[in-house]
Write a protein that binds this ligand. Structure first.
Ligand code: B12
Ligand code: SF4
Length: 484
């Protein structure tokens, strides 16, 4: 049974915005542990669509991994594959398809099956059923077509012990290439997941679409074992944890820090957390264990808006968390949202004032977006506030007011966009711009070898504009660090 995976382009605005596909890494290592051997992987950002379609149409099953921004290209490629070989079985998974399984099948004839949510067990059972010519009625977590009808089977329970899932297959997902791709920021970075899910219920966040409202941790030993492999096999010296809110369990966080220190691997790391769950001693322990950056969702300077978004964190907890983190020597990032419920020029001013007070090292401003699967999404579609069929999902998350962006009673979509532009410009120096020249020659060689000659002028222009932003003094300082 030959299984091909396609990772569509993550952003039409910035094809470079791509990390190693952990989803595929996990699925492949799990399937290998069950005896499957024949896999292929294609990236929409690096290989022409026609070539992907041509090659993957020789597989028995083609799996597409999709966040919303990836779904448009995924479906286009599925269509091309089906035209070449209608017998290929096309399967789609990830946040977008999980949120809209029936709509995905109804509107995308080239897609045969949606695998919803956590997929290691479901995809394995599905492949077994396909191999043995069985029907899918017993497979929890799939939506598929049967006799012209769309059938949605009950959801699958989450995997209880996530230590049982083998480490993602890093060779298969081309970890080496992704490490090189990030060299420009002076670190050999890999992404990994120490926990799955988040118990909080912020209503703008789709964590619960895939992981439900949950929080499962791997054991510190299991995590450090994976870090060691990344260090030994790929020379990685920095880990970005992709976890939603990693440090919810205080004791586990201390245990993890202890295990990282004991292993003495010489790595640094970054992670997401929540201002209400960190304590001063926790942040000091994390710093001591090599943590260099901690990222917090602050969302708004106005408490009413935070509450309306069901982000129940107090202003006091925000101020404390940033103060303690800086005191412990950590760099910080605040994630901010423009256009939350009730947003006005005044509330945006409150957000700006809060940023000036807590002084994060970096700020990421995003526009509030009604993503599929969020509370309120279906109602907004019903009321016609979201013109679902007109949304260009490939533009999600960028300076683009597609119809999944809703106006507030005080601000139109255009106002929201121009406020987003204004604050992004105003706080543009709040970035991790420190820079290492250490890996520059290796990075340039990699870029020039992997880029089409015709794109050299554009690439050089982009590089020069990036260099202009660099604070050279900082870049020469001993412990300057920078990340994606
Ligand atoms: C790293 C990351 C990024 C990176 C890189 C993303 C990239 N495209 O390469 C950066 C920082 C650039 C980024 C940016 C954004 N991101 Co982001 N990101 C993540 C993050 C933290 C980790 C992704 C990951 O590796 N997960 C680990 C793997 C194991 O999980 P998984 O992909 O869900 O896979 C499992 C299942 O879904 C399933 N599955 C997945 N694919 C497939 C395929 C098949 C065939 C099958 C059978 C099953 C299957 O099996 C897997 C194992 O169980 C997730 C949150 C999270 N913790 O998952 C958000 C997340 C994917 N991002 C999200 C969002 C909203 C964004 C932004 C739009 C934010 C913004 N407003 O700017 C931008 C858009 C960027 C873009 N164009 O893609 C949402 C996606 C929602 C959606 N509907 O698309 C998520 C889920 C965060 C959230 N909680 O809301 N992101
Ligand atoms: S705390 Fe973060 S990950 Fe958890 S629900 Fe809220 S925004 Fe999502």
């Amino acid at each position: 049974m030959k299984i091909a995976f396609v990772c569509p382009i993550a952003s039409k605005f910035n094809p470079d915005m791509m990390i190693e596909p952990l989803s595929v890494g996990y699925l492949v290592s799990y399937l290998k542990s069950k005896g499957y051997k024949d896999f292929e992987l294609y990236f929409g950002a690096f290989t022409p669509e026609e070539e992907i379609a041509e090659k993957s149409s020789k597989a028995d099953i083609v799996g597409f991994t999709t966040a919303s921004s990836m779904v448009t290209q995924g479906i286009r490629i599925a269509d091309m594959i089906k035209k070449i070989n209608p017998n290929v079985i096309t399967v789609i998974g990830g946040a977008h398809a999980t949120a809209l399984p029936e709509k995905t099948l109804r509107e995308c004839p080239p897609i045969d099956i949606v695998v919803r949510g956590e997929a290691e067990h479901t995809f394995h059972e599905l492949i077994q059923a396909i191999e043995n010519g069985k029907d899918f009625s017993d497979i929890r977590g799939v939506t598929y077509r049967k006799n012209e009808k769309i059938v949605t089977n009950p959801a699958r329970e989450l995997i209880e012990d996530i230590d049982e899932i083998p480490y993602p297959d890093r060779e298969f997902i081309q970890q080496r290439m992704f490490v090189k791709k990030n060299l420009k920021i002076g670190k050999k970075i890999a992404w990994m997941m120490a926990t799955r899910g988040c118990p909080f219920i912020c209503n703008f966040c789709t964590s619960k679409v895939v992981w439900k409202i949950s929080y499962r941790k791997r054991s510190p030993k299991n995590i450090v074992g994976e870090i060691k492999e990344l260090v030994d096999n790929y020379g990685v010296n920095h880990i970005n944890f992709a976890d939603d809110t990693m440090t919810i369990d205080k004791q586990w966080t201390f245990d993890l820090c202890k295990e990282i220190r004991r292993a003495n691997l010489g790595i640094t790391w970054s992670c997401n957390s929540q201002t209400s769950v960190v304590t001063r001693d926790m942040l000091y322990a994390m710093r001591k264990a090599g943590c260099e950056q901690i990222w917090f969702g602050v969302e708004s300077g106005n408490k009413k808006i935070r509450w309306a978004m069901e982000k129940f964190i107090t202003t006091e907890s925000i101020i404390n968390a940033f103060e303690w983190a800086h005191e412990a020597g950590l760099k910080t990032r605040a994630y901010m949202i423009i256009g939350g419920p009730g947003e006005s020029y005044d509330t945006i001013k409150e957000s700006e004032e809060l940023m000036e007070k807590i002084k994060p090292t970096a700020i990421s401003w995003t526009i509030n977006t009604m993503l599929p699967g969020l509370k309120g999404y279906d109602e907004a579609v019903k009321k016609g506030l979201i013109e679902e069929d007109k949304i260009d999902w490939s533009g999600v998350g960028f300076r683009n007011i597609h119809s999944a962006v809703l106006p507030t009673e005080h601000l139109s979509k255009e106002d929201i966009l121009s406020e987003w532009e204004r604050v992004s410009e105003k706080f543009k120096n709040y970035q991790f711009y420190d820079f290492h020249f250490r890996y520059m020659p290796e990075y340039l060689l990699y870029r020039f070898m992997t880029t089409n000659v015709k794109q050299y002028p554009l690439m050089t222009k982009k590089l020069l504009s990036h260099i202009k932003k660099i604070d050279i003094r900082k870049s020469l300082s001993k412990d300057a660090t920078s990340y994606a």
